[in-house]
Design a binder for this molecule. Structure first.
Ligand SMILES: O=S(=O)(O)/C=C/c1cc(Br)ccc1O
Ligand SMILES: [Zn+2]
Length: 258
C-alpha cells in the first residue's frame, strides 16, 4: 500500500491515483503577496462540543482523533463556506526533523507539524459521498511551531501510548477540539485536494495564519508510533507523513486579512 518510503511514497502515488497529477492538488506554498484580500469572506465560526469526541486510532500513516458527526454538535461555518460542515476527524502531519513537517508553507517557511481538522458538508448524507463532491470537505489546517509543550495536546500524546501499532485504537472522550485553535483565526483559503490517497479534489482548504505550540518531546511521540501492525516485522516508525507541495495551476488564494 501507499506510504512515505522510497518505494511507496508521494512520487509513486500517481500510479494507483492518477489525480495526483491533477489541477487542484494540495498542499501548496502560500505566497502572501499572491493572495487576494476578499472583503466578502466572513469570520470563521467554530461551534464544537467535547461530547462528540469518540476514539483515537493509529492509521499506519498517521493517527486520527475521531468524532461523532451524526449530529451537528461540532460544526464549522462562516469563512468562505456557504453551508455548515460537521467535524469528523482530526490528524497531524510531521517530518523526520523539526525544521520540516508541515504540508503547506508560507512564503516557503515550513513548520514542524500541521494539524488537519476535517469537516464534511451537511448537505450530503455520508462522508464517503462528500469526498466525491467539489464542496464535500472543509479542512482547517493549523501550523505547529516547536516551543513549549501544548497542554491540551498532552492529552492526545498521552493516549498515543495505547495505539503504538497500526490499527490499534482506544476510547478518547471529553476532549474539546476548540482547545487546539490559536487565538487569532485569520486565514487563507483555496480549493484543493486530500493530501493523502485517494487525493480527491473535494477540499475547501482554510489555512490559519497563527501557529500553535508543540514541544520537541510531543513531536517525538508522534514519530514513535509504528506504521507496522502487531506481529509484523521489521517494526517501522512513522518518521514522516507529509506530501511535497504541488503547483497552484492558476488557482486563486484568498485572504480575510488585508
Ligand atoms: O490529510 S487530509 O487531506 O486532511 C485527508 C483527509 C481525509 C478525510 C477523509 Br473524510 C477521508 C480521507 C482522507 O484522506
Ligand atoms: Zn491531513
Amino acid at each position: 500500500t501507499w506510504g512515505y518510503n522510497k518505494d511507496n511514497g508521494p512520487h509513486t502515488w500517481y500510479k494507483h491515483f492518477p489525480i495526483a497529477r491533477g489541477k487542484q492538488q494540495s498542499p501548496i506554498d502560500i505566497q502572501i503577496w499572491n493572495a487576494k484580500f476578499d472583503s466578502s469572506l466572513k469570520p470563521l465560526n467554530f461551534n464544537y462540543s467535547a461530547s462528540t469526541t469518540r476514539r483515537i486510532v493509529n492509521k499506519g500513516h498517521s493517527f486520527e482523533v475521531e468524532f461523532d458527526s451524526s449530529t451537528d454538535k461540532s460544526v464549522l461555518s462562516g469563512g468562505p463556506l456557504t453551508e455548515k460542515y460537521k467535524l469528523t476527524q482530526l490528524h497531524f502531519h510531521w517530518g523526520r526533523r523539526d525544521e520540516e513537517g508541515s504540508e503547506h508553507s508560507i512564503d516557503d517557511l515550513k513548520y514542524a507539524s500541521e494539524l488537519h481538522m476535517v469537516h464534511w458538508n451537511t448537505k450530503y448524507s455520508t462522508v464517503s459521498e462528500s469526498i466525491h463532491q467539489p464542496d464535500g470537505l472543509a479542512v482547517v489546517a493549523i501550523f505547529l511551531k516547536v516551543g513549549g509543550a501544548h497542554q491540551e495536546l498532552e492529552k492526545i500524546t498521552h493516549a498515543l501510548g495505547s495505539i503504538r501499532k497500526k490499527n490499534m485504537s482506544t476510547v478518547f472522550t471529553n476532549f474539546n477540539p476548540a482547545c487546539l485553535l490559536p487565538d487569532n483565526k485569520d486565514y487563507w483559503t483555496y480549493s484543493g485536494s486530500l493530501t493523502v490517497p485517494p487525493l480527491l479534489e473535494c477540499v475547501t482548504w482554510i489555512v490559519l495564519k497563527e501557529p500553535i505550540n508543540i514541544s520537541k518531546e510531543q513531536l517525538s511521540k508522534f514519530r514513535s508510533l509504528y506504521s507496522t501492525m502487531e506481529g509484523e516485522h521489521p517494526k517501522k516508525h512513522i518518521e514522516t507523513n507529509c506530501r511535497p507541495r504541488q503547483s497552484l495551476q492558476g488557482r486563486v488564494i484568498r485572504s480575510n486579512l488585508i
